[in-house]
Design a binder for this molecule. Structure first.
Ligand SMILES: O=C(O)CCC(=O)C(=O)O
Length: 379
């Protein structure tokens, strides 16, 4: 979705239509005008971002309904999405400052019969034992140790504790975010010409969080994935700090004007995500999640492309998890597949050359994260 290294900069049809709205005009036009404008913006963005789909086809797989049915059946009637049913626990719950109490990352080896048990949090969740990626604490592992243990050998790892002090931990939470960036436009896709498709934060947040006919109904919702907004809203770059492990980055030597896009603000609701890909130019990546949960599947360099990236009707992450993942689940270990449920406050390190596919989980809340590519020392 965001993998193009150069966008064609020109305004899209959606941009031009948005420009006709004076910022703040929604406050004066009354609810009816707001409503119409909101619906128009979303419809236009969807048409531009995925021209192969007609409006009603955005929910043709009925995934939102199926997910709700799954939760009703397996999650218990009064359980918020993600909270395990009594007796469903197979090894620990989300802890360490995460308020959701979802069991997800306890580790503990694969192959348990619990593997096949429906997860109470939703149909795209995996049992904790499938998440086998080690966690390290940023305060306890020095940069030299990080390079030796993880970066140089190219091993994925999840780092805890890098974002505790970031202003983004509060500034990027949905309510604060929409207050600050109300009329700021964010990229939510790309049209057939390669131009970016944008939406103002106030429209996107409504679509993602509160409109029952918005993202909640869509199989693979629109997803904020924006690198260029750091230019028009430079404060965003001051809301986070590059973790120490990744500061010594050869990419910087290219110079800021010639450096390809390398950092993104990413926000999306359940089932939005990024289809399978390998990050370009041999870059590695770090990805810090501030809110919500994300599911990852990663494959080591050299994995046969036809096994993990067969031709599908689209390249959406949810399509991959529904059609490719079930066939790989058993063979995954032979292929070297590793899986992660990333929790708030966790940073995933993706070494160069690893193919990966990523999908946001959860119900009403968006995943909010910061994502950067880098070259580092070893690549
Ligand atoms: O968070 C995501 O949706 C995917 C991020 C990713 O895969 C990347 O930036 O390469």
């Amino acid at each position: 979705m965001h993998l193009e290294l150069a966008t064609r900069g020109g305004d899209s049809a959606v941009d031009r239509a948005d420009a006709a709205d004076a910022p703040g005009a929604d406050g004066e036009g009354g609810a009816a005008v707001d409503e119409q404008r909101y619906r128009r913006r979303i419809a236009k963005a969807k048409r531009a971002a995925r021209s192969e789909l007609r409006a009603e086809q955005w929910s043709r797989m009925r995934l939102a309904e199926l997910e709700a049915e799954h939760i009703a059946r397996h999650g218990g009637p009064d359980m918020p999405p993600g909270r395990p049913a009594d007796g469903a626990s197979n090894g620990g719950t989300c802890g360490d400052g995460c308020a959701c109490r979802i069991e997800c990352c306890a580790g503990g080896g694969r192959g348990s019969s619990d593997d096949d048990r429906p997860h109470p949090a939703g149909m795209f969740w995996i049992p904790p034992q499938r998440d086998s990626v080690p966690r390290i604490d940023a305060a306890r592992v020095s940069p030299a140790e990080f390079v030796a243990e993880w970066e140089a050998p190219g091993r994925p790892v999840v780092i805890r504790g890098v974002s505790d002090e970031w202003p983004a931990s509060t500034a990027w939470m949905p309510e604060a975010f929409v207050r600050t960036y109300r009329n700021q436009k964010f990229k939510v896709g790309q049209d057939d010409e390669g131009d970016k498709v944008t939406l103002a934060a106030k429209y996107y947040m409504r679509y993602a969080l509160t409109d029952p006919d918005g993202a909640r109904a869509d199989d693979s919702p629109l997803y904020i994935f924006d690198a260029s907004v750091f230019k028009s809203a430079p404060q965003l770059a001051r809301d986070y700090t590059v973790p120490e492990y990744f500061r010594d980055d050869l990419f910087r030597l290219v110079g800021s004007s010639r450096r390809p896009p390398y950092r993104w603000i990413v926000m999306g609701p359940a089932r939005s995500g990024t289809g399978i890909h390998i990050d370009p130019l041999g870059t590695s990546a770090w990805n810090t999640l501030l809110l919500g949960h994300k599911r990852w599947a990663l494959f080591p360099p050299g994995t046969a492309k036809d096994k993990i990236d067969p031709k599908l009707k689209d390249r959406e992450a949810v399509t991959w998890f529904m059609n490719v993942y079930p066939k790989l689940r058993a063979a995954g270990e032979d292929l070297g597949m590793v899986e992660i449920i990333q929790r708030p406050g966790e940073t995933v390190f993706v070494p160069g050359g690893w193919a990966h596919v990523v999908m946001n989980l959860g119900e009403a809340h968006a995943a909010v994260e910061c994502d950067e590519w880098f070259w580092g020392h070893a690549s």
